[in-house]
Design a protein around this ligand. Sequence first.
Ligand code: A3D
Length: 320
Amino acid sequence: MARNKIALVGAGQIGGTLAHLIGLKELGDVVLFDIADGIPQGKSLDLAESSPVEGFDAAMSGTQTYEGIAGADVVIVTAGVPRKPGMSRDDLLGINLKVMESVGKGIAAHAPDAFVICITNPLDAMVWALQKFSGLPAHKVVGMAGVLDSSRFRYFLAEEFGVSVEDVTAFVLGGHGDTMVPLARYSTVAGIPLPDLVKMGWTTQDKLDRIIQRTRDGGAEIVGLLKTGSAFYAPASSAIAMAESYLKDKKRVLPCAAHLSGQYGLTDMYVGVPIVIGAGGVEKVIEIDLQGEEKAGFDKSVGSVTGLMDACKAIKPELA
Ligand code: A3D
């Protein structure tokens, strides 16, 4: 059976890390696409030259034309600009919206059957625009954010409790921004929900609140430290988990920015919700019961995503 083909549109910090992980995990052949001359070619050659040492078989190539992504099974989009200190994700909207238009058209022309994972910020608005510009079915276009946000939450919780990261599950819903909604009630250590762990004296409500805030600020914390860009290792790992679930039909339940058509009372928008990813793409959107503050937090987050979509429509009226 031929190997899968995975196209990475954007060969920057996340794109390069994605290619490395795909090689190490032997998920398929990689095509790196970027408008920057030499970057996709240089990174792919460098990675290919690591393959004999690492012992993986995967073709790695770089391209500056969309013909190179033809027939891709999966396309992961990181094209655009990342944040610098002092910038919010929303500051990137104008530049990255234009990038989504060209990328969407490129995918439509050359890889219309692909499963597309968008990472470019501001995430929820960009994946929505990318789906519209590409015209691909909504269940084949999804945004990566919740896997990363919940991975950060899991890591902070594992540190706090002194337990393996493997035994911590966490749930983060809503838009990928300051209004994201980490859900304590649905986050557990080996099945024990966080509110019970507070009652058991494993932590205090105050410490838990600070961890939740640190999760919300997780991206900004890395931007503040790096100064020249944003996080890339954990975002790349998170997108790979999504790609792997599609390619291997694992049917993992992952929080992702998914297209809603009535679920949660919302239509024609993308926002972070739990979904099942399998060979059919987004096979199911899981509707959980949100209560009190959770519902208020989710509604606020939806409001901020709607605001970003309105800003996109003002720039590109054809999205309306
Ligand atoms: P960076 O290292 O700058 O890579 C972006 C690449 O996109 C560069 O190599 C550019 O040359 C390339 N590019 C720009 N315009 C185009 C175009 N029209 N076509 C093709 N390539 C183009 O950034 P990065 O890899 O660190 O981050 C990429 C994106 O991911 C940014 O928008 C970040 O804000 C975003 N990001 C999202 C998350 C989420 O959790 C959603 C996390 C971290 C970063």
